[in-house]
Design a protein around this ligand. Structure first.
Ligand SMILES: [Zn+2]
Length: 263
């Protein structure tokens, strides 16, 4: 039984066009599983309005607007001003943004786009969602040398080293773990070493169709309702009562989004 606050899915992308015909079902399943808050992230300007619209339809969805490093080159002149004016109208975080050395987008361009969003988040004190793949050195350098106050930061689907983790924690970042936690590997020690007050959990749900077949019209393999399994696993790994664990993650999410979601 769910008591108190519900489950939080701290990162997903429900605006994907192929989900539009089943989004209502996805939300119904999320609600009946007890998922009461979902941080939904854009990847490029084309997505911004769709995420704003989703958030307007259901109070569970908290919008994050930004440009993902994979799509750095889709950023066209004036994007910063358009993002800024949207952020002034909508209580939204910024994301997903970041740095990724394993994608095709020019790394210089990625850094420009990321820095602009970091500065915007700092100026407005909006929560910022960071994606980082094989660019930890540069990311840490940017964050550690940042002259202005850092915004609230979440590192999504963390898969870095233990040393990186410690430096991010010293900077006050929230560390979000995804379904990678279900596979043994280097994520496990990092998960165990993340203080409970910095921890978040996510599906990173992109609504992939069921493996080996077309969408059956309803089910997707990863969607916010599936987060409950991750919480059960995570609470067991931390040797904590599930309710107590879930309350702490909920609280962390509230602290992360303090400037955009009234408590
Ligand atoms: Zn994502």
């Amino acid at each position: 039984m769910i008591t108190g606050a519900g489950y939080l899915d701290s990162h997903c992308h429900l605006q994907k066009r192929h989900l539009s015909s089943i989004i209502d079902d996805i939300m119904v399943r999320a609600r009946s599983a007890g998922v009461a808050r979902i941080f939904c992230n854009t990847t490029r300007e084309e997505d911004w309005q769709a995420v704003v619209d989703l958030a307007a339809r259901g109070h569970e969805v908290i919008p994050f607007l930004g440009i993902h490093p994979w799509f750095a080159e889709t950023a066209v002149a004036g994007w910063e001003d358009r993002l800024m004016s949207l952020l002034q109208k909508v209580p939204a975080g910024i994301g997903e943004t970041g740095l990724d050395k394993c994608c095709r987008a020019d790394f210089g361009r990625q850094q420009q786009i990321f820095l602009t969003q970091l500065k915007m988040a700092s100026e407005l004190q909006r929560p910022l969602v960071i994606h980082c793949v094989k660019a930890w050195g540069r990311l840490l350098e940017i964050l550690e040398q940042f002259a202005d106050p850092l915004p609230p930061i979440m590192i999504h689907s963390f898969a870095g080293s233990r040393e990186t983790l410690q430096r991010l924690i010293r900077l006050g970042c929230f560390i979000s773990f995804s379904g990678r936690l279900t596979a043994a590997g280097k994520v496990h020690p990092c998960f165990s070493e993340t203080p409970m007050t910095n921890l978040l959990l996510e599906t990173d749900s992109h609504g992939q169709p069921l493996v080996g077949g077309a969408m059956d019209g309803a089910r997707t393999t990863d969607e916010p309702a599936a987060i409950t399994m991750l919480y059960e696993l995570a609470a067991t790994m931390r040797e904590m009562d599930l309710n107590e664990f879930r309350h702490q993650i909920w609280k962390n999410g509230e602290i992360f989004t303090d400037t955009i979601v009234p408590r």
